[in-house]
Write a protein that binds this ligand. Structure first.
Ligand SMILES: Nc1nc2c(ncn2[C@@H]2O[C@H](COP(=O)(O)OP(=O)(O)O)[C@@H](O)[C@H]2O)c(=O)[nH]1
Ligand SMILES: [Mg+2]
Length: 584
């Protein structure tokens, strides 16, 4: 299927032509038929000579209903521009063409209608000249009469050629279905319709609603009036949503592939139209079927920041248009450059930003995004419309290579400084490093640690960090010298102080495996437990605490925690009568 939107001034015969081509009535409302004027979008379809199907989105031509017109053409990639032979080029011919140009519509053709009333030549020449200066370029033109049917076969053939020249539909990209109608069907619930430009929908799919956080589920799909299990782009589609109340969504909403779109109310864009400085402070942004008031802040000559009255699911590279509803004037197209721009808080930030934007063209560019954002999650980039084809540095984080190198150097410096300032600590805690480097995630710290640094017990230090600081090493030496021949005597508290072994020094020595801590201020040399087991094994089994104390030539202060340690290690076992045996 291919989808074409009509365009052109009111009463030039758009709806008549759609009716003549399809046999369907595009004016759906009683009021439209009574007044003989299209107010809202109409939908009709037919089979072409090639066997392919064309679906029309018929738009209103009256200047009051331009917003409806824009909702219809927004998501549609091709246009049928209608000009009446007897009236020629008129204001909404121009405004509709300006809108198509602003949106970058590149495929279309001209039908000069009411050719039974006047010579179609002048209208055709004027229309083709006007159109040639836009994104549509040179387009074919056909003279027709909706009244007599003259020219309709030629128009059908021209539509077939137009369809054949369209780019192949993209069916594997995420779905962003802009809703152009929503209504309730008795027994089925809420139904929304739209033009599926890209992607594929299936019954049972879970989707996101642009305006809400809960997921919605596709209960049924229709296209061209028939139920389908699956609809692929490009197509007109009606989506029946399970359990979504009708008042929850309407024109301008969008159904989205989950997790694939960033909803933003702040975008930086490039203008193709009036210069930034000439724009009013408030305008309406039209994109897809949405129309949202925006506040305009000029940044560069042709770049502005837009603050949207409500967030929209926009991607880098999206085309949209700005319109001044008061002046009935399309001020021009915009191309989205950044959907997650930085705040402009500091003095001079706007000037710097304008320089950055001057370099952007709306084509997603991973390397550039990384350079500007330095560290960003892959998912965030994908939701901005930036394809990710580089490996993450950690988790799903991507980093600008130069920034990542600098972070690595900074980490090394921080760890060295920490070691100088806290020589007794076995390295710098990972979380302290995370804060020092202002990193958003621990996994980034972990990924930055390279030999000779390593992570041990939540700290980053040199792999040799377990080597003892000099003064502690000396103190341990003295303990060895003094207690080597009576290994189960622990230095008294005041002796430890004399040796310079406070709680922190003892902690460092224990972590380094140079001392064994039995209890507060009770330390032994590390081989004491093994020696103790050998001595105790020589006793008659079982043995009492007192027998053990005597055999080990020590005090209760040491013997009690030492035996408990041996129990825990499974080297001794405590019996119900408190005697012990050595476990062999
Ligand atoms: N004589 C003649 N009248 C036409 C032709 N096409 C449309 N009309 C008439 O022009 C008026 C406006 O047509 P309509 O299709 O509603 O115009 P739209 O506003 O562009 O949709 C209606 O009265 C039509 O009957 C045509 O080819 N020849
Ligand atoms: Mg009409």
């Amino acid at each position: 299927m291919f989808v074409v939107a009509t365009a052109g001034h009111v009463d030039h015969g758009k709806s008549t032509l759609v009716r003549a081509l399809t046999g369907m009535e595009p004016d759906r409302w009683a009021e439209e038929r009574r007044r003989g004027m299209t107010i809202d979008l109409g939908f009709a379809w037919t089979t072409l000579p090639s066997g392919g199907t064309v679906a029309f989105v018929d738009v209103p031509g009256h200047e009051r209903f331009v917003p409806n017109m824009l909702a219809g053409v927004g998501p549609v990639p091709a246009a049928l521009i209608v000009v009446a032979a007897d009236e020629g080029w008129m204001p909404q011919s121009a405004e509709h063409l300006a809108a198509l140009d602003a949106l970058g519509v590149a495929y279309g053709l001209v039908a000069v209608t009411r050719a039974d009333l006047a010579d179609p030549g002048p209208a055709m020449a004027r229309a083709r000249a006007e159109i040639a200066a836009t994104s549509l370029g040179a387009v074919p033109a056909v003279a027709v009469s909706g009244l007599t049917g003259a020219g309709l076969p030629e128009l059908r053939a021209a539509l077939d050629r137009l369809a054949a020249g369209l780019p192949a539909p993209v069916v594997d990209d995420p779905v962003r279905l802009w809703v152009d109608r929503s209504f309730t069907v008795r027994g089925s619930g809420t139904v929304v319709t739209g033009t599926l430009g890209v992607g594929r929908l299936r019954v049972g799919d879970e989707l996101e609603l642009a305006g809400a956080d809960e997921p919605v589920r596709v209960r049924g799909l229709h296209s061209l009036g028939e139920a389908r299990p699956e609809v692929t782009a490009v197509a007109r589609v009606a989506v029946n949503l399970r359990g979504t109340p009708r008042d929850r969504l309407g024109r301008g909403d969008a159904l989205l592939s989950p997790g694939r779109f960033h909803r933003t109310d702040l975008v930086d864009v490039r203008l193709a139209g009036d210069p930034a400085a000439d724009l009013p402070a408030t305008l309406t942004l039209h994109v897809g079927s949405a129309a949202v008031p925006v506040r305009v802040r000029p940044l560069g000559l042709d770049t502005v920041r837009l603050r949207l009255a409500r967030p929209l699911p926009l991607l880098v590279g999206d085309r949209a248009l700005l319109r001044d509803p008061g002046r009935h004037h399309v001020t021009g197209g915009v191309r989205v450059l950044d959907v997650a721009p930085p705040p402009l808080a500091r003095r001079g930030a706007a000037v710097t930003r304008a320089q950055v934007l001057a370099e952007l063209d709306g084509r997603p560019d991973l390397a550039g995004e990384l350079r500007r954002r330095r560290l960003v999650r892959a998912g965030a980039l994908i939701r901005m419309g930036v394809p990710v084809d580089a490996p993450p540095v950690a988790g799903d984080w991507l980093a600008d290579p130069a920034h990542w190198r600098r972070l690595g150097e900074q980490l090394t410096e921080e760890v060295a400084r920490h070691a100088r300032e806290h020589p007794l600590e076995p390295g710098m805690p990972v979380d302290a490093l995370r804060q020092r480097l202002a990193l958003p995630d621990r996994v980034l710290v972990e990924a930055l640690v390279r030999p000779p640094l390593r992570i041990h017990a939540g700290r980053v230090g040199a792999a040799s960090a377990n080597a003892l600081p000099e003064p502690v090493a000396r103190a341990v030496q003295r303990v060895r010298a003094e207690y080597g021949d009576r290994p189960f005597r622990a230095p008294e508290a005041d002796r430890l102080v004399d040796l310079g072994l406070g709680p922190r020094e003892i902690g460092a020595a224990v972590r380094a495996g140079a001392l064994l801590r039995l209890a507060d201020n009770v330390v032994l040399l590390p081989d004491a437990p093994d020696d103790a087991v050998r001595v105790l094994a020589g006793l008659p089994q079982p043995f009492t605490l007192s027998a053990a104390r005597q055999a080990l030539d020590t005090t209760r202060r040491v013997a009690v925690p030492l035996l408990e340690l041996l129990d825990r290690r499974g080297a001794t076992r405590r019996l119900p009568d408190d005697a012990r045996i050595v476990v062999t």
